[in-house]
Design a protein around this ligand. Structure first.
Ligand SMILES: Cc1cc2nc3c(=O)[nH]c(=O)nc-3n(C[C@H](O)[C@H](O)[C@H](O)COP(=O)(O)OP(=O)(O)OC[C@H]3O[C@@H](n4cnc5c(N)ncnc54)[C@H](O)[C@@H]3O)c2cc1C
Length: 386
């Protein structure tokens, strides 16, 4: 495997790093304290093509391949994981619309995201009684008795990232509850749709620049032309989207971990205790060595999943392994970074407490670590069953 970045990938890293250093990091306290999605920053990210990196140039996007995309997410996450998750979910949603949608569907939304007229796209699967197991969802879509061309959606989705700022939302609903998983359909819901409302906005521990809201559907009228893919194939779309999404979350976790490691290594060369720099104490040096080794292993896991995706090969198991490994290690690395900083690490004036807060969600959304193990385990069973 070739680990050298090509010129385009290198340029993407430089562009995103510079964007983070100039547009995000200097304002990060202000952006976090606002507890709002920073629309102005997202607009600039759209202008740079960061919201359509999973769409080819031919289709109006800015794709330079899956590795360039993962590197872009990682580089933005180094500055702020909240913005990186908006970028990741938006790219995941538009990729699904391109992959499963009809031309009139993706030709409507891609230009809006590319121009920044739309600053986010959302994915609504989770419900209060259906988290890890989406088959238990209660949101239903039934044919409008007054007009057979429309569906009426009823139910509530919770914990939806930037559901309050998205111009398009993929919503999963049961069209035939008797069929279980095969009775779930994906709908393209727009915020202007009759019967759609944004509900509770959550207060969170981390990723404060990403909003997390519930969405209410009260006889929400959606034309049948806004079914994404085929009737009853929603769960396939959800699982396929999450495979790609997990690459994004792995990259995000690596970005946070990289930022935490660099902050810790740099602090360790400046801070003196007992007459020497703390990096000269073997206990701290070994901790940094462990952090960097884990970080490097995370990069390899991500590269493997990305290279399979780029080659058009199945990558479900590799994406699940990357997400499991990168997100768990991201938590450990940010924990250790605070330890290297000592008491200062716990203080907001220093950067590592944010990394620690932002790390925590990664083992939970887009499938918890336990669910990744189920996905990996299922792959093992399939491979070894006679
Ligand atoms: C900030 C944030 C943003 C989010 N963004 C989105 C979004 O944009 N769109 C969206 O649809 N959802 C989103 N989610 C929801 C997220 O994906 C779910 O929270 C997650 O899938 C877990 O579901 P749950 O919270 O209901 O936990 P549960 O499913 O209740 O799980 C609780 C615990 O039980 C474990 N568990 C559950 N089932 C099993 C099993 N079969 N075997 C072993 N262990 C199991 C879990 O791993 C977990 O540890 C978001 C959540 C948060 C907090």
């Amino acid at each position: 495997m070739d680990f050298q970045l090509n010129e385009e990938e290198q340029a993407v890293v430089e562009m995103c790093t510079q964007f983070g250093e100039t547009e995000i990091t200097p304002r990060i306290r202000e952006l976090e304290d606002a507890h709002e999605l920073p629309r102005d920053v997202l607009k600039k990210m759209a202008d740079l093509g960061l919201l359509t990196m999973t769409i080819s140039e031919e289709d109006g996007g800015s794709s330079l391949g899956p590795l360039a995309y993962a590197l872009a997410i990682k580089s933005i996450a180094k500055a702020d994981a909240g913005l990186a998750v908006t970028m990741s979910v938006t790219n995941m949603v538009i990729e699904a619309i391109r992959k499963f949608g009809r031309p009139e569907q993706y030709n409507k939304y891609i230009p809006q995201l590319a121009s920044g007229d739309m600053i986010a796209a959302a994915f609504a699967l989770t419900e209060s009684m259906a988290g890890s197991n989406p088959m238990e969802m209660r949101t239903k879509a039934t044919i409008d008795p007054n007009d057979g061309d429309y569906f009426l959606l009823n139910g509530e989705k919770i914990f939806i990232s930037h559901g309050d700022a998205s111009g398009i939302i993929i919503v999963m609903a049961k069209t035939d509850p008797a069929l279980g998983g095969r009775g779930i359909t994906a709908f393209l819901v727009e915020p202007e749709d009759e019967g759609f409302a944004v509900g509770k906005k959550e207060e969170k521990m981390g990723i404060l620049t990403s909003s997390t809201v519930s969405l209410n559907f009260d006889n929400c009228r959606v034309h049948k032309s806004r079914i994404l893919g085929e009737l009853g194939k929603g769960l396939n779309i959800a699982f396929s989207s999450l495979d790609s999404g997990r690459i994004g979350i792995s990259a995000q976790a690596i970005g946070i971990a990289e930022a935490a490691f660099e902050a810790a290594a740099s602090y360790a060369t400046e801070r003196f205790q007992s007459g020497k720099k703390i990096i000269e104490h073997q206990g701290i040096q070994f901790k940094l060595a462990d952090m960097l080794t884990k970080l490097n292993a995370c990069r390899m896991m991500l590269y493997q999943a990305v290279s399979l995706k780029a080659a058009g090969q199945p990558f479900t198991q590799e994406a699940a392994m990357a997400k499991l490994f990168c997100t768990e290690n991201c938590n450990q690395i940010t924990y250790d970074a605070i330890q290297v900083f000592g008491g200062y690490g716990y203080i907001k004036e220093y950067p590592v407490e944010k990394y620690y807060r932002d790390a925590r969600i990664n083992t939970i959304y887009e499938g918890t670590s336990e669910i990744q193990k189920i996905v990996i385990g299922r792959g093992i069973m399939n491979s070894f069953s006679q």
